[in-house]
Design a binder for this molecule. Structure first.
Ligand code: FES
Ligand SMILES: [Fe+2]
Length: 438
């Protein structure tokens, strides 16, 4: 349980809020390269409650700037994307990707006014299909974080992006909580690989957590057989990432960046990757098309329900939302899904979204399987206090290698410590395979 004040500290992300300031110390992944064409229509988006547009200029560079023109606030989402910049349609002011005014066609030819104004713009960087931005206070941004999912070759990764209609922390807490997985995602028919999950053998895991420089390792211990324990170690990675260990049937690593669009909506950037091999075309196809008409961990092509182009992230909203009851079907609880919800991410999203976009954590009743959630909240609150009260930034802001970490699933003899046995497997290294039997 959190006090109202603690909850507010963790969920409000706009400029000047405690966690909003902490997030702004980091590079933030917010868009996929494939979704931006050179000279294409600027896309409106929101990031940490800021109203912005993103576009790809003629020369391929990405610009991210305020949606309000610096002159008199006309919407830049209607701007003309032309010749390496965005031109406001109201009086024609044109900005380059850095936010510099390069033309003011209605001003006297000799006017130097354009040297004095800028539009708010944030630097962007692109790596392996992901666009990142830095919205922080430093003139010189820190290095991009070294995260394995964004460093392995693009053919090893499947990326997807969708908007979920709840606060970022609800979504994060859903994915670091591995007690839910064999229950919520269970099937009552005997179909699908879920029934082969090792985690299904024991629905009462015991949790152990270890504080790390990058965040929190959250280990769930389950009985495998008389002499063996099965450990699933999820990672919370600062400031808003979760990593999920592989299942034996689908040996890929996966996870999310849960990036706040605003206080009530989250940009869910999902990655699934193999550390050393290209993803089989069939796997990629299943992620993109769904599996036998149901959703996998990734939102399928059919899941999207576009909003009008003036909505932020217009192309990334889905038909599985509170408004549609996430396609909940009570009859399917009798025949197919334990949950009555059609597929993995939809089941997660329905529970994470809960009954309101911002959950009131003063009324919850936490139990032993919530240990990882409690520890993660504490980690975040301590990081906030350290930064706000003593000016200490989290270690990963300046040290990009802290993020080279993997989630692991290990079968170990009863008396072996997971932390010792798992240490080297939890360290990500480019080109290194899992290193243990899946
Ligand atoms: S409002 Fe954009 S140029 Fe005037
Ligand atoms: Fe889940």
């Amino acid at each position: 349980m959190l006090s109202h004040a603690e909850n507010e500290r963790l969920v409000r992300v706009g400029p000047g809020t405690p966690i909003g300031q902490l997030f702004r110390l980091y590079w933030i992944p917010f868009y996929l390269s494939k979704d931006l064409e050179p000279n294409g229509q600027p896309k409106r988006l929101k990031l940490l409650c800021e109203d912005l547009v993103v576009f790809r200029a003629t020369d391929g560079k990405v610009g991210l700037m305020a949606n309000a023109c610096a002159h008199r606030g006309a919407p830049m989402m209607y701007a003309r994307n032309e010749d390496c910049g965005l031109r406001c349609i109201y009086h024609g002011w044109k900005y380059d990707v850095t936010g510099t005014v390069v033309d003011m066609p209605a001003e006297p030819i000799r006017s130097r006014f354009k040297e004095k104004v800028r539009i708010k713009a944030y630097p962007c960087a692109e790596r392996n299909g992901v666009i990142w931005t830095y919205m922080g206070p430093e003139k010189e941004p820190p290095p991009l974080p070294n995260m394995e999912w964004n460093l392995v070759p693009e053919e090893n990764v499947n990326l997807s992006l969708r908007i979920q209609e709840c606060n970022w922390l609800q979504a994060l807490e859903g994915e670091i909580d591995s007690a839910h997985a064999p229950i919520l995602h269970g099937r009552i028919d005997n179909k699908g690989s879920i029934n082969q999950w090792v985690a299904k053998k024991d629905l009462r895991p015991t949790f152990e957590c270890i504080r790390q420089d990058f965040g929190m390792s959250i280990a769930a211990r389950r009985r495998f057989d008389e002499a063996t324990l099965y450990w699933r170690v999820n990672q919370f990675v600062m400031p808003f990432y979760s990593l999920v260990p592989p299942q034996s049937k689908f040996p890929d690593l996966s996870g999310h960046a849960w990036v706040p669009m605003d206080d009530e909506n989250t940009i869910c950037l999902m990655f699934s990757y193999h550390p050393t091999q290209p993803l089989p075309q069939k796997t990629r196809q299943i992620f993109q098309d769904g599996h036998d008409g149901r959703e996998t961990g990734h939102a399928s092509k059919q899941a999207f329900a576009q909003k009008t182009p003036s909505a932020p992230y217009a192309e990334f909203w889905t038909k599985f939302s509170p408004e549609s009851n996430f396609a909940f079907d009570y009859a399917s609880q009798q025949t197919t899904w334990f949950s009555g919800l059609p597929g993995l991410w939809v089941q997660d999203a329905a529970c994470q979204t809960g009954i309101s976009p911002i959950y009131d954590r003063t009324t919850e009743n936490l139990c032993s399987s919530d240990t990882g959630i409690v520890m993660t909240r504490r980690y975040l609150l301590e990081a906030l206090a350290a930064y706000q009260e003593r000016g200490i930034q989290p270690l990963g802001v300046k040290d990009p290698d802290i993020f080279m970490v993997r989630a692991v699933s290990l079968q170990l003899p009863e008396h072996e410590r997971w932390a010792d046995a798992g240490r080297r497997h939890m360290r990500a290294e480019l080109g290194k395979d899992f290193g243990y039997e899946l």
